[in-house]
Write a protein that binds this ligand. Structure first.
Ligand code: NDP
Ligand code: A1CAB
Length: 286
């Protein structure tokens, strides 16, 4: 079989058509990596949502079981994009349809390559990934681990999908959980911080719109400074911090309240929770 080398030549079936699938589809279409006709989206029962996806993105959707099966059979890449609790049933339905040359890309938090292969009953080529929601605007950060069965062309095709919607780190599978703690769930911590900054700004007398705009621009500027200068964040922080000035006073409050330890504990707890979820998915499915 002649495998296509880039996402532009693939037929990609999203098996699960919720928020993460939509984020990636939106990003791929926005970046013109694929034609909408190369993408199919399948869900369990929400027909209205499939109609919305077809109308909004021009993707192919299948609603009855025969159409779903045809789309899954015809795809060179099948992206598993359902919640972990639904994965067993969905993979069970997929199993009789698959050929050995199809690449399975999983977005499912905690679901290991060996569990997917066990559920499929064979050593299918697998890419286990952990994207984040910023993929929808082309600024995602995705971790990706491959099974040995994925050949060079399939690896390149999977990388093309996620590179189209942001940056990609190829990692050993045992690093997936800590990556989830940093970048998979990471946007939520930043939003949480931004919520607090906006609230404090409003408490201090800024209008809600001003507080929001100033916070957004501050986070955008800080991230862009790190990216564009390549500087260590500690150096950039020190550049802002005048001796005995207002920034120092603020950072002292954060340090007194255990800022670094708290953020590190949150990242590690996220990784631990990802492992727990993976374990319970494995136990519930096998
Ligand atoms: N949100 C995030 O930031 C991230 C999420 N993930 C992972 O992405 C995955 C999807 O999450 P998310 O998009 O938020 O979930 P959603 O609940 O938004 O979407 C789940 C989708 O799966 C479909 N589905 C469920 N069961 C089946 C089935 N048997 N056959 C076909 N489709 C099915 C649902 O269809 P219907 O609506 O018809 O029931 C729905 O379209 C999760 O496993 C999560 O771990 C990974 C990284 C980041
Ligand atoms: O919260 C979750 O479980 C998923 C995984 C990463 C982001 N959301």
């Amino acid at each position: 079989m002649n495998f296509p080398q880039t996402a532009s030549e693939e037929h990609i079936a999203f098996y699960g058509a919720g928020s993460m699938a939509e984020a990636i589809v939106r990003g791929m279409i926005h970046r013109s990596v694929v034609n909408p006709g190369q993408i199919s989206m399948i869900n369990r029962s929400n027909r209205e949502h499939l109609e919305y996806l077809t109308n909004r993105y021009g993707v192919v959707t299948g609603q009855d079981p025969a159409a779903k099966n045809e789309l899954l059979r015809g795809a060179s890449i099948i992206i598993l994009a359902m919640k972990p609790k639904d994965a067993g049933e969905a993979i069970g339905q997929l199993r009789p349809l698959l050929s050995e040359h199809q690449l399975i890309v999983s977005l499912i938090a905690g679901l290991s390559i060996s569990t997917i292969q066990h559920l499929l009953g064979r050593k299918q080529p697998i890419a286990r990934t952990m994207p984040n929601t910023s993929s929808s605007i082309g600024l995602g950060a995705t971790g990706i681990s491959f099974s040995p069965e994925a050949d060079a062309r399939q690896r390149q095709a999977a990388l093309s999908i996620f590179e189209a919607v942001g940056s990609v780190a190829v990692i050993d599978e045992d690093k997936q959980e800590i990556l989830t703690g940093v970048s998979g769930s990471g946007p939520a911590y930043i939003y949480y911080m931004m919520e607090a900054m906006i609230a404090a700004g409003i408490e201090g007398g800024l209008s809600p719109e001003q507080a929001r705009d100033l916070t957004v621009q501050t986070v955008l500027g800080a991230a862009s400074m790190m990216k564009e200068t390549g500087e260590d964040p500690a150096k950039l922080r020190k550049d802002i911090t005048s001796p005995n000035g207002s920034t120092q006073a603020a950072l002292e409050v954060l340090a007194d309240k255990g800022f670094t330890e708290t953020v590190k504990a949150a990242v590690h707890r996220c990784a631990e929770r990802s492992r727990e979820m993976g374990e319970s998915v494995r136990e519930s499915l096998l």
